[in-house]
Design a protein around this ligand. Structure first.
Ligand code: SAM
Length: 520
């Protein structure tokens, strides 16, 4: 207990040092008018006028709260460009001949170079100019790239397993490609490891902000403490044509690496066309400016929209998921004929988080359920989102419900089992309880055994009451995330079945009993 208090005391002192350091760099949460004149922040750190650092266990942990009532659109934080950590600010300070550095770096992406430089900077320890900032970085991350085989398997759904495997192999090959540069910089052995690489790459993926001059983005002290909320209704508020549109800021590594298939709003919104509501780099003041996206009461967490992401994308790039994510989507395997009978792009054929099939999916299914010779004449109706006939609609709804039902049945565990497992593992504090769990939850026994094996806990003696190690806890956090993800996926499929049943009900009450029989 004493040790913990001591540790917390050290953290507080370091936090104060960090906030003072940030204030000295001109980072400030003062209001617009007194940004230049407000000087007393220098003595008590850069926060306190609009924001304060707090802990929000339900939404992101450490984050920024409102230190007074804030009004929508108000400027709440400004971080000058001179305080950004970017690939260039680190690379240009390296003490090796530029020509030599460039020859090793030329084949690497901006993000890879930034990752190497971040590790190099970290290796400087207390002598790094960035030390007050770097010590407050998270110790570990839960992005898909950090998942081990057990966690990947726990996702259960092929698409998610594939995304995780891809993220892991991409991280590995990027690390291998960067090895020469890391060796040239003589990084300490500890910083040369894949584990260290994963940490640095995850830091960049989950904390960088979009800047127009470098696709790797920038690390923005204090600005990177905002937790995420999905874009909501407020972004569509037509009364606010004048105020800045939401979206921006945090960017994803895949985008930095030239993966233009990922539709981040960073690229969808033209900054010249619509200003950014909650955060963006502003050339005229050479600073990142953050605005309240809505009214906040004192004490409430101030959230930032990093972009529009499904839960799988959030997990991949940021290491968390949202229980209520308006942008979540479920993709179900579709027969080739469904793709070929319409011209909708594959990525538009999905089920919304509320269980409704997407506009394009409905349209594609309606066309596919139409005899081929009639598809041309009915195409315009299908593409405009109209029902084609009662029979066609019932066929489509029955097919969709059956498909969802089959997927659910073929997954290794049910919604009920996942819910039980999730609440049980949330309670686990020590090894004995974990070992006991396998006996209590017989349906999840294999998975629990697999976790025990993956974490080398099989030889621990029962009755030892050993608290879980940090490493085991971290592994359990990732397992927890995988279960949460698959549970959301399954619930969306279940909601889709209910939605289809309701439509069938409304169209033809007599068909509903057949559907129930089919679903068994
Ligand atoms: C830019 S940082 C935000 C500050 C971070 N909480 C910290 O302590 O440094 C982004 C990370 O915060 C966490 N995070 C942000 N929003 C979250 C949310 N709504 N729910 C859970 N975790 C969240 C995730 O770990 C994410 O990778």
């Amino acid at each position: 207990m004493e040790e913990q208090e001591q540790e917390e005391g050290v953290i507080m002192v370091e936090l104060e040092r960090f906030l003072k350091w940030a204030a000295d760099l001109g980072i400030s949460d003062s209001t617009n008018d007194d940004f230049d004149t407000h000087t007393d922040t220098r003595s008590c750190g850069c926060l306190g006028h609009s924001l304060s650092l707090s802990y929000f266990p339900q939404a992101g942990g450490r984050g920024l709260g409102a230190s007074r009532d804030l009004r929508k659109g108000e400027l709440i934080l400004r971080v000058p460009k001179s305080a950004f950590m970017t690939k260039d600010t680190l690379f240009n300070k390296l003490s090796l001949p530029l020509q030599k550095l460039n020859s090793h770096a030329s084949s690497l992406s901006s993000t890879q170079i930034f990752t190497v430089c971040l590790l190099h900077e970290l290796g400087k320890g207390k002598s790094s100019w960035w030390h007050p900032y770097l010590i407050h970085m998270p110790r570990s991350y839960d992005l898909l790239s950090t998942f081990c085989e057990f966690h990947v398997k726990a996702l259960q759904v092929d698409d998610a397993i594939w995304a995780a495997e891809k993220a892991i192999s991409k991280a590995k090959s990027e690390w291998q490609q960067a090895n020469q540069l890391m060796e040239l910089l003589q990084l300490k052995p500890h910083f040369l490891t894949f584990k260290a690489w994963l940490w640095a790459a995850a830091t960049i993926s989950s904390r960088t902000l979009h800047i127009p001059w470098d696709e790797a983005g920038c690390l923005c002290p204090v600005g990177d403490l905002f937790n995420y909320a999905a874009p909501g209704e407020e972004t569509l508020d037509s009364e606010d044509v004048d105020s800045r549109m939401c979206f921006s800021s945090f960017q994803v590594a895949s985008l930095s690496n030239g993966d233009c298939t990922h539709k981040s709003d960073v690229v969808q919104f033209d900054p010249h066309f619509q200003r950014l509501i909650d955060g963006g780099f502003e050339e005229d003041v050479a600073a990142y400016c953050f605005y309240a996206r809505q009214d906040y009461k004192k004490g409430e967490q101030v959230l930032l929209c990093y972009g529009t992401y499904t839960n799988l994308e959030l997990l991949e790039h940021y290491g968390f998921i949202l229980n209520e994510n308006p942008n979540d989507k479920v993709f179900i395997p579709l027969e080739p004929e469904i793709y070929s009978s319409s011209s909708w792009p594959k990525e538009s054929l999905y089920i919304h988080q509320n269980g409704k099939p997407s506009f394009s999916l409905l349209s594609a299914l309606r066309l596919c359920a139409t005899p081929p010779k009639k598809r041309r004449s009915l195409g315009h109706l299908a593409y405009s989102g109209s029902q084609l006939s009662v029979d066609n609609e019932i066929l489509v709804m029955k097919w969709t419900a059956k498909k969802c039902n089959t997927i659910l049945k073929n997954l290794p565990t049910s919604i009920e089992e996942d819910s039980l497992l999730l609440s049980a593992i949330n309670e686990i504090q020590d090894l004995d309880t974990l070992l006991e769990l396998g006996k209590e939850l017989s349906t999840s026994r294999d998975e629990i055994q697999a976790f025990i094996k993956a974490n080398n806990l099989q030889n621990v003696e029962t009755g030892s009451n050993l608290l879980l190690s940090r490493k085991t806890r971290r592994s359990m956090d990732r397992w927890n995330l995988a279960i949460q993800w698959r549970l959301r996926y399954k619930k969306i499929l279940l909601d889709c079945i209910s939605y289809c049943s309701e439509i069938i009900d409304s169209l033809s009450p007599k068909n509903i009993s057949t559907l129930r029989i089919e679903q068994g």
